[in-house]
Design a protein around this ligand. Structure first.
Ligand SMILES: Nc1ncnc2c1ncn2[C@@H]1O[C@H](COP(=O)(O)OP(=O)(O)O)[C@@H](O)[C@H]1O
Ligand SMILES: N[C@@H](CC(=O)OP(=O)(O)O)C(=O)O
Length: 448
């Protein structure tokens, strides 16, 4: 059996839903369908999830709700009218309006209940659409599916015991349509995954039902070696390992959520990324191993929004526990660091800017300077991390040399270089404003 996930772009309009119907009909093994909320119909459009966030904010701030409610209902009505499944529209409209009766104080929980209703109502809609077209399909609420998650609004994680329930879905008759993006806490509260989290639901269901394949349908023929908005017509990647995909997703490939790989990786279930608009294209396969085709690098990813703390102290190398004390102070500020390159007498800590509230910056620097008796401490903002990824890098010589030369030729100064022991990724920290130029330079160096 196969688990299929349709992303927001695949369900943005009636025309898109009709394409997905053919995909489901083409293969009777497609027994589990995980759906996102309707996404963007074109570049200028707004995703239903973003409309629901606007609705949730208006509700929290006790502002008028009618306009935004109508906008959301209208998005669904356009689809149900065109697909002639108007009977289900009444339920969806009522569900959207009922959000305004929510009795909940915590803004984060309110927001999750609002966000989740995009996927939930779309699953109700989608099951009705499949039935109308002669398929034996039914909607399954994530609670009934057994998707029990941690109590972290907007950032939930699946609990291990959830799999004991999810496996029971195998016995269901017909096609099960499951909303993506959210689960329930042990005490029955809705909690969403982080943004893009329907990919995670698909992976959880695939691992839970022990599927043969997890098919993730999106709007591109394959995963490309670089973001198609940055490099013109980048090369398609036929195969990736889980490790390569994890590194690329984490470093900025928005096409597949980085946390979504974990369940399928552990269960050793291959993933295929395919295009709803061109399902004949072979797509990109992600699995444990792949043939290394001679090229050391498979992809180049980049992400903005980092900052770097530079700490220096003469004879730091002699001080036992120095690193631990730095990290303890960071922990007090709830900062999760990404990288920590070090020299003899200095250490840098790179973390995402959103980890540190601007009003806390001075406090953090003062505490570090005083408690660690530093000679110097500085913080640099507006940095980007650029990652070069490929299993083939392990056995290739000169990968770093070629990259650093390309940065030099493109007139880009390197703030930091780091290569993990796995040798699957090499990371470069550069100024944010040079990120796209850097990606293009590195792409040309490895693929042209
Ligand atoms: N390296 C990449 N390869 C393919 N697509 C990428 C890459 N990096 C970013 N993307 C973007 O990811 C988009 C698909 O992801 P997403 O918007 O989450 O789709 P969905 O609506 O199917 O969930 C593509 O349209 C593309 O612009
Ligand atoms: N709709 C949610 C979850 C999701 O996965 O959506 P998409 O498949 O459109 O990336 C979001 O926008 O975050």
């Amino acid at each position: 059996m196969k688990v299929v996930k349709f992303g927001g772009s695949s369900l943005a309009s009636a025309v898109q839903l009709i394409k997905t119907l053919q995909i489901i009909k083409d293969d009777p093994k497609r027994k589990f369908v995980v759906v996102s909320a309707p996404g963007k119909r074109d570049e200028s459009d707004v995703k239903v999830t973003d409309l629901l966030i606007e609705y949730g904010n208006a509700f929290i701030e006790k502002q008028p709700l009618e306009e935004i409610q109508n906008k959301i209902i209208q998005r669904f009505t356009e689809i149900t009218d065109e697909l002639e499944i108007q009977d289900v529209q009444k339920t969806i409209s009522e569900n959207i309006l009922a959000l305004a009766d929510l009795e909940e104080e915590d803004p984060a929980r309110i927001m999750d209940a609002f966000k989740a209703s995009g996927e939930n109502n779309n699953a109700i809609l989608y099951a009705s659409f499949l039935k109308k077209n002669g398929l034996n399909a039914s909607y399954v609420n994530p609670k009934d599916a057994g998707i029990i998650v941690t109590n972290e609004p907007g950032n939930a994680m699946i609990l291990p015991e959830a799999y004991d329930e999810i496996v029971k879905l195998r016995d269901r008759e017909g096609i099960s349509v499951i909303p993506g993006f959210f689960g329930y806490t042990k005490d029955g509260k809705i909690c969403t995954f982080s943004r893009g989290g329907s990919d995670i639901t698909g992976s959880i269901i695939a691992a839970g039902v022990m599927a043969d394949l997890y098919e993730n349908f999106t709007d591109v023929d394959a995963i490309f070696s670089a973001h198609p908005g940055i490099v013109r017509q980048p090369r398609e990647v036929k195969e990736l390992t889980f490790r390569e995909m994890r590194e690329l997703s984490y470093s900025g490939f928005g096409v597949f959520h980085d946390e979504a790989l974990f369940p399928v990786f552990r269960a050793d279930i291959p993933v295929i990324i395919k295009n709803t608009n061109n399902p004949e294209a072979p797509g990109t396969k992600i699995s444990t191993t792949r043939k290394v085709n001679g090229l050391p690098v498979v992809g180049i990813a980049g992400d903005r929004g980092f900052c770097s703390l530079y700490l220096s102290k003469y004879l730091m190398n002699r001080e036992v526990g120095f690193g631990r004390r730095v990290l303890n102070i960071l922990e007090d500020f709830n900062i999760n660091f990404e990288h920590m390159p070090s020299g003899i007498d200095d250490i840098s800590v790179i973390f995402r800017e959103n980890q540190l509230a601007p009003e806390d910056e001075d406090k953090l620097l003062t505490r570090l300077k005083e408690e660690l008796a530093l000679d110097e401490i500085t913080i640099k903002h507006d940095l980007a991390m650029l990652a070069i990824v490929g299993e083939g890098m392990k056995s290739a010589i000169g990968v770093a040399a070629r990259a650093t030369q390309s940065f030099a030729d493109a007139d880009i100064n390197l703030e930091m270089i780091s290569q993990g022991n796995s040798e699957v990724t090499m990371l470069f920290c550069i100024e944010e404003r040079y990120l796209n130029r850097g990606i293009r330079a590195i792409y040309d160096a490895y693929f042209k």
